[in-house]
Design a protein around this ligand. Structure first.
Ligand SMILES: C[S@@+](CC[C@H](N)C(=O)[O-])C[C@H]1O[C@@H](n2cnc3c(N)ncnc32)[C@H](O)[C@@H]1O
Ligand code: SF4
Length: 257
């Protein structure tokens, strides 16, 4: 039976990463396909009606073929989104993001100490610097923040930061216990009441800032999405880590670019 796909998929370019977030739902697993395999996957998806490619990972910006992939999607008449930790943004990639009209989300999790502790390295200055480069270059750019237990202050801090830096949109993603996060769920999980309180806090912030900053609460499980894994499986989310449909081509050689 032919697989039916939505018009948008999340496309993991690589599972390599230049950060080490303790909660990572898609941590490094060795999959890092070469450009030719990724281009073949994009063609396969386009032939099945997928029009919007959401580039993610791992960290998409560390794949040397990302600029080429953005151009490829554009050439097919599709459009691109990208979520990045913002640590690395080489000039040719910035140019490709501009040329392809890609919408970018930069993941930022709070102030410098909290962000750096979260991503496991000194990253705040790089991420915020690249966020500003994106905005100044006219790339439609927003901020995405993962909320974990015990850090309610992050909602206000992030909203103030986005207002000060003229970021138009801020999305909050509550922690989901998957990948590395599953092992650390006791530390990060937002238990029932805490989840509800945080959600209400984000709702209030959204109302308070209406017309100045667009604030959103994203609940992954409420928004099922198909993920094209770096190893070539297509996994409908919320996934069981064990299921998946192999893409209809040979994904051999996907371990290293
Ligand atoms: C898997 S990352 C991939 C893209 C890129 N490396 C980044 O961090 O932006 C995509 C988004 O998921 C968020 N994320 C990762 N693990 C999560 C988890 N267990 N719960 C909620 N959000 C998570 C990240 O903070 C990021 O905003
Ligand atoms: S959340 Fe993103 S930046 Fe953090 S480890 Fe996972 S892939 Fe890397």
């Amino acid at each position: 039976m032919e697989l039916r796909l939505p018009s948008t998929v999340c496309f993991r370019v690589t599972r390599y990463c230049n950060a080490r977030c303790g909660f990572c739902l898609a941590p490094p697993d060795g999959a890092h396909p070469p450009a030719a395999v990724l281009v073949q996957r994009l063609d396969w998806l386009a032939a099945r009606g997928v029009r919007i490619i959401h580039f993610c990972g791992g960290e998409p910006t560390i794949h040397p073929a990302l600029a080429e992939l953005l151009g490829h999607v554009r050439g097919q008449g599709g459009s691109s989104l990208m979520t990045t930790n913002g640590i690395s943004l080489p000039a040719p990639l910035l140019a490709a993001l501009c040329a392809s009209g890609t919408q970018v989300k930069v993941s930022l999790h709070g102030d410098r100490p909290h962000h750096d502790a979260t991503v496991g390295r000194a990253a705040f200055d790089l991420a915020t610097g690249n966020l500003l480069r994106l905005l100044r270059s006219g790339v439609p750019t927003s901020v995405q923040t993962t909320l974990v237990a015990g850090n309610e202050w992050v909602v206000d801090w992030m909203a103030d930061f986005c207002l000060a830096q003229r970021v138009p949109r801020l999305s909050f993603l509550p922690f989901i216990p998957r990948g590395s996060g599953f092992a650390l769920r006791d530390r990060f999980s937002l238990e029932g009441a805490q989840h509800a309180q945080l959600r209400e806090r984000v709702r209030r912030k959204r109302r308070e800032l209406l017309g100045r900053l667009y604030v959103r609460w994203l609940d992954f499980p409420a928004r099922p999405v198909h993920v094209v894994e770096a190893d070539g499986r297509i996994v409908p989310e919320p996934p069981s880590e064990t299921i998946g449909t192999q893409l209809g081509f040979n994904s051999g050689g996907s371990r290293r670019a």
